[in-house]
Design a binder for this molecule. Structure first.
Ligand code: PLP
Length: 386
């Protein structure tokens, strides 16, 4: 039983925490415009709390949650056209997905060099440092994608893996994954596709008839794909998946695990929350394939709408967006970002392209954009951009 003094204590702590939370921006307000994460789907919020105490790092204690994990993975394996030999491994997000894949590639090949586009996420710098690997950067084309003509002559006896990006962090560009896959097949090189952002949108848009590069296991050169449900999957943080063409590769990143309910444990983390997995599964059950298709179509329509509104103000984009990532080129970058923040809106700075990033995530609707555009106009006028 909770005593009166405990109740008072609890209320005081919660009030205090609220004061801190008020300082945060929130996804649910729609005012975070630059992040690649989103407000979780309502069913994810409910499920998260229900599964708060589960640990999938010790699955013998939580066999039910382990089953949920398998069902969630089946949904992903299905839309990524993974073969029967494939398996998925839950990770905390794109960083851990990339680290885990490169760990496998290094173990399988005994080699240390990673060939990757200049647009690769900074998690690869962590990989180089953590695993004593070397990064070989490939320049980009004018479309901000990996220049495939530069790959072959960079392959050496020490190449452990090639990386293709499906939805780059800065521009949302998609590397020519089918061509990269062909090169990897011909040259017998391990291919990891970092689809942290694009993995939950590109396959559904392609199902709808969009003409985007294929990003799935029908391309025989792909070994692993990582994709984050906490980005375009409308799920709750932290939830990523590394999908492996061959389940046996998990052995390469497994150790004996005494004192828990399984003999072996794969991957980097030990204790892992089951709550985001159950929440992610609930979202996939709620939306199903059709629901994801509809969501992605709406997002692309809102992206078009936003592009129109921004260019109508007289602002220019860095490039024509392939996905739902819009980069606005400006001269007064810092002033614009800071002034927008003062007005309560957050966009992300993409310094090397002198631009700010807007990502149309599920909670960013046309009414939100209608609210934002006058603020953007006012801001640009104030700082002398317009
Ligand atoms: N890969 C790509 C392409 C990303 O855009 C990101 C993050 O935005 C990551 C990896 C890292 O993901 P996380 O921050 O969830 O670890």
């Amino acid at each position: 039983m909770t005593s009166r003094s405990d109740k008072e204590k609890e209320e005081k702590i919660l009030q205090n925490l609220n004061q801190y939370q008020k300082k945060d921006f929130s996804f649910s307000s729609g005012h975070i415009l630059g992040s690649m994460c989103s407000q979780p789907h309502p069913i994810a919020k409910k499920t998260y709390i229900q599964f708060l105490e589960t640990n999938i790092g010790d699955p013998g204690l939580f066999p039910g949650t382990k089953e949920i994990e398998q069902k969630f993975l089946s949904f992903i394996l299905n839309f990524l056209k993974a073969p029967k030999t494939a398996s998925g491994h839950i990770v905390s997000g794109g960083t851990e997905g990339n680290i885990s894949s490169m760990w496998i590639a290094k173990q399988l090949t005994g080699k240390k060099e990673i060939i990757l586009p200049e647009s690769a996420h900074f998690s690869f710098e962590k990989i180089a440092s953590l695993m004593d690997m070397k990064l070989k950067s490939i320049p980009l084309t004018a479309e901000h994608t990996m220049d495939v003509s530069q790959i072959k002559h960079n392959i050496s006896n020490d190449t452990a893996a090639i990386i293709g990006i499906a939805g780059t962090t800065d521009v949302g560009a998609i590397d020519p994954i089918p061509e990269i896959s062909d090169i990897c097949t011909d040259e017998h090189v391990f291919l990891h596709v970092d689809a942290a952002f694009g993995g939950f949108i590109i396959p559904f848009l392609n199902q709808l008839g969009y003409d985007l590069p294929t990003v799935d296991f029908s391309l025989s050169g792909i070994n692993t794909i990582s994709l984050d449900a906490h980005k375009m999957g409308y799920a709750a943080i932290p939830l990523g998946t590394l999908v492996l063409r061959d389940e046996s590769w998990l052995k390469e990143i497994s150790v004996n695990s005494q004192c828990i309910s399984t003999q072996k444990q794969a991957g980097i983390l030990g204790t892992r929350p089951g709550a985001p997995v159950a929440a992610g599964y609930a979202v996939t059950e709620f939306l199903q394939n059709k629901g994801y298709q509809q969501l992605m179509q709406t997002i692309m329509q809102t992206t078009e709408y936003t592009i129109q509104k921004i260019t109508n103000l007289g602002l220019e984009l860095v490039t024509k967006p392939t996905l739902n990532v819009i980069l606005v080129k400006v001269n007064h970058l810092d002033e614009i970002i800071n002034t927008l923040a003062q007005y309560g809106w957050k966009v992300n700075k993409i310094d090397h392209l002198s631009s700010f990033r807007i990502v149309i995530m599920p909670q960013i609707t046309k009414p939100i954009i209608d609210e934002f555009i006058p603020i953007l106009k006012k801001t640009c006028k104030e700082v002398g951009e317009l």
